[in-house]
Design a protein around this ligand. Structure first.
Ligand SMILES: [Zn+2]
Length: 240
């Protein structure tokens, strides 16, 4: 029933492949938004696709090469794509959607150690609940140590100076997006906040070959994760 939108999405990523960094204008004209943000209605089917806008970050052969390098260092094998098993929810620790987009845009960050693939998440959710897709869902993105090989990342604009200030609209958007992803990928079973990496380390979700490569995290805060857990209770996803 969603073939038109799916075709549009395929077109967007095809543009990426053809045009590389220059894909932005192409994708901008091919927005996947089916409805204005904030128009979710009660009683909609869990599998219904939420309104998603596409704003691709740079994705050329360079990013793919750096993905393979990252995977070789951290997982002992080269890979560019993932089979999603988890969603890791983040906050950006800033209030600037565009600033985060610019930060994620470049393919390489030479300052990073253990591979120079730049950090990025698959999705970015603005304060008003607008969902932006930055890369294909199966791209190997660098957003959560130990989990990048199997996890889709959702960044939420907010959390500046550690404040637990994510909005009700963001909670609603995350619920809708996670339901959509869970229905799309039967392998996807877990939802965790980035700070819950401490618990994930002791599960089969965790892979990390670089000794001592770990950073403590607080995002997106326990209140937001409790909200997600409550809203998605009984819907077949696991939480810590
Ligand atoms: Zn994070």
């Amino acid at each position: 029933m969603d073939m038109k939108k799916r075709a549009g999405q395929t077109f967007v990523w095809a543009c990426l492949l053809v045009l590389g960094i220059g894909a932005w204008s192409c994708a901008q004209e091919s927005s996947l938004a089916a409805a204005p943000p904030g128009t979710a209605v009660q009683g909609k089917q869990a599998s219904e696709k939420p309104a998603i806008k596409v704003r691709p970050i740079a994705y050329t052969g360079l990013r793919r090469r750096l993905m393979r390098e990252y995977a070789r260092i951290h997982y002992g094998r080269e890979m560019e794509t993932i089979v999603p098993q988890a969603v890791v929810v983040h906050w950006t620790a800033s209030n600037s959607r565009d600033g985060v987009f610019r930060y994620f845009y470049n393919e390489e960050n030479p300052r990073l150690k253990n591979g120079t693939l730049n950090v990025a998440s698959h999705y970015l959710v603005d304060r008003d609940g607008t969902i932006w897709q930055l890369t294909p869902e199966t791209a190997l993105n660098r957003h959560a140590i130990g989990l990048n090989w199997c996890a889709i990342g959702i960044e939420n604009v907010g959390g500046a100076e550690g404040r637990e200030d994510l909005t009700p609209a963001q909670l609603e958007a995350n619920v809708e997006l996670i339901r959509y992803l869970r229905d799309k990928y039967p392998t996807l079973q877990w939802v965790l906040g980035h700070y819950q990496q401490e618990q994930a380390r002791h599960t089969s979700l965790w892979k990390e070959n670089v000794p001592g490569y770990y950073h403590g995290k607080t995002d997106p805060g326990p209140r937001f994760m409790a909200g997600l857990k409550g809203r998605l209770a009984g819907e077949g996803v696991k939480f810590f």
